[in-house]
Design a binder for this molecule. Structure first.
Ligand code: NAD
Length: 246
């Protein structure tokens, strides 16, 4: 049990990679507060986790609002007594061409994928510093290394998440707060599962491991980085992408 007695928050924990992180952390002894964008999806996720009893709680704050993220952290501390691990995972993707990209959509992706991460890091660090330390983990993407040929807002936010991660690792190290990111490749979440078989085969073909990743494989990287096994790892962006090159 790598996380026995630890307390974690996982944003975007209602499905996909976030839900896999939530289950992996619970299975390793942690108590977890998960968040989703709507009460209905939070309720659905919670209904899948009844076996874990009181060790899991679900909330749906607006992650772009610093006050609501601070309240999320307060509620976790009130319920479980402390906060050891903050996972800033919630995110949305983008496909629009630059020529058609609506400015309000660019604002939205900055809010959901980047400002939410800043808010989560700030609120968590404010609690972790007086506690004597903690771990912050951010979900990046393989496109944070290569970019992508449309939907430029998405890689823009993920490049920024890497910058925030490396910078905060340098700033917060003295407070014993480790800050790392995980950069998944194509992962079998709802989005990928909905694609036709031939499209999945085409996406998988150039990946050296010959297949898309499973959410649990990504969650295992979060588990390692959250645990004391990674006690001297900070400022890293760990790729979990089968060596994909886009
Ligand atoms: P998903 O769509 O299955 O889940 C997204 C989660 O984020 C959900 O819990 C949802 O409630 C939450 N969310 C979405 N919009 C929100 C908002 N406005 N406010 C609050 N919460 C919101 O996605 P996923 O594939 O599991 O992706 C999770 C993370 O992994 C994202 O940051 C994504 O960019 C990243 N990622 C995914 C892949 C992939 O192939 N699936 C690859 C690289 C990176």
């Amino acid at each position: 049990m790598l996380l026995e007695g630890k307390v974690a928050i996982v944003t975007g924990g209602t499905r996909g990679i976030g839900m896999a992180i939530v289950k992996t952390f619970l299975d390793n002894g942690a108590s977890v507060v998960l968040t989703g964008s709507r009460q209905a999806t939070v309720d659905k996720a919670m209904s899948e986790l009844t076996a874990y009893g009181d060790r899991v709680m679900g909330l749906c704050p607006d992650l772009g609002d610093a006050a609501q993220v601070a309240d999320l952290v307060d509620q976790a501390v009130k319920k479980y007594g402390k906060l050891d691990i903050m996972v800033n995972n919630a995110g949305i993707s983008a496909r629009d061409s630059l020529y058609d990209y609506a400015p309000e959509d660019f604002d939205k992706i900055l809010d959901v994928n980047l400002k939410s991460v800043f808010n989560g890091c700030q609120a968590a660090a404010r609690v972790m510093k007086p506690q004597g330390g903690g771990v912050i983990l951010n979900t990046s993407s393989m496109v944070s290394l290569y970019g992508q040929p449309s939907g430029c807002g998405y890689p823009t936010t993920k490049f920024a998440v890497n910058g925030l991660t490396r910078s905060l690792a340098r700033e917060l190290g003295r407070d014993h707060i480790r800050v790392n990111a995980v950069a998944p490749g194509v992962t079998r979440t709802d989005m990928v599962a909905a694609l036709p078989k031939d499209v999945v085969e085409r996406i998988s073909a150039p990946i050296p491991l010959g297949r898309v990743g499973e959410p649990e494989e990504v969650a295992n990287a979060f588990l390692f980085l959250a645990s004391d096994l990674a006690s001297y790892v900070t400022g890293e962006v760990l790729s979990v992408d089968g060596a994909a090159m886009t």
